[in-house]
Design a protein around this ligand. Sequence first.
Ligand SMILES: Cc1cc2nc3c(=O)[nH]c(=O)nc-3n(C[C@H](O)[C@H](O)[C@H](O)COP(=O)(O)O)c2cc1C
Length: 397
Amino acid sequence: MTDGPDIAAVVRPKLFQPLTIRGLTLRNRLVVPPMVHYRCGPGHTCGTFHVVHLGRYALGGFGLVFVEATGVEAVGLINEHDLGIWNEAQAESFKPLIDFMRRENTAIGIQLAHGGRKSSSQSAMQGMGPLTEENIRAGSKVWQPVGPTAEPVAPGWLMPRQLTTAECRAMPATWARAARNAVKAGFDVIEIHMAHGYLLASFLSPVSNTRNDEYGGDRAGRMRLPLEIVEAVRREMPDTMPLFVRVSSVDGTKEGWSMDDTVVLARELKARGVDVVDCSSGGIAGAATAAQVPRSLGFQVPFAERVRREAEIATMAVGLILEAKQAEAIVANGQADLIAVGRQSQYNPNIAHHWSHDLGINRRFEDWDPEYGWWLEKRIKTMEGFATPTGSVTRSA
Ligand SMILES: Cc1cc2nc3c(=O)[nH]c(=O)nc-3n(C[C@H](O)[C@H](O)[C@H](O)COP(=O)(O)O)c2cc1C
């Protein structure tokens, strides 16, 4: 990974300097993390909703945008409305989105996911828990999930079927097929979802993985399946293509996965060609990001910082990063290499551009697409005396 040119370093805040990872150069360090929106097209394909929804972030100035958790196989869909990438038709369906993002100079990644024992669960708006009788009566699709054991996530959740040893051995090929489809579709980046209690997180954590075959037991045994999957996915990717892994840095329970474990895992990921560790947390015992980890401003940044320092791998910080100065300080202080902005980008899809204004660059709207920037630049003069260039009124009429 190499930093941007020195000239840029003098003028531009670090957040808005380019970053090269393998063969991919991002225009800045701002990333939209994967966020499911339950709007797949027929057959779990990508349709107009996702082109519009994710395209807004390209127009809004982000360097990299991730497609939400996308199923590597049908049984691993977290919810019946999620995207999939296990077949050709699904892979093809991403092409209009990818073409659009490429023309906008925003990289496009995909998060490959398997829900494990949290598959066939509620959408966020339904409560993000197990499907209720009422949900099922109202038409929610229910199927039996799979997991490291036949233990449910918690009382009330669906009883998973335990994956056999042979099925675990076959699982890397399932992920490899999805990775192959993602490469063929033209994605710039792949992220493996190893967080939030879904399949791979549930293999890592001693809370959920009590298997006694080669895929359970001590930490090395529990890491075996996730690492075999990383190897299989990496093999399908060109050398120039970056691979990210999202981890739950800590389960947030005393007996669960810890930061020491994450540092060990991150070293193993790095040895297998992973480029960036995306440091999230929680989710082993309930809703996807169940608040077992106390939440405050930038609460997961220390996880990204420690992984970066101790495993010597690039990291992405995520979680309640709300303002430009906060984001800039994280990258400038070397706590993380990339900043993911989730809900704050839902609130304001143009936030990357807005933050560049906040940090004193992009003053003439030169980073905006010209069809926007030309007009906004011309408006500056018109508003002199009563409003700032970005439209804050300074003197009322
Ligand atoms: C609507 C929504 C959907 C999400 N879906 C995913 C997902 O598909 N995969 C994932 O790893 N995390 C998912 N998350 C977690 C976000 O990627 C992010 O880590 C979290 O929202 C914290 O960042 P924030 O405070 O900037 O929103 C989702 C979050 C939201 C709000």
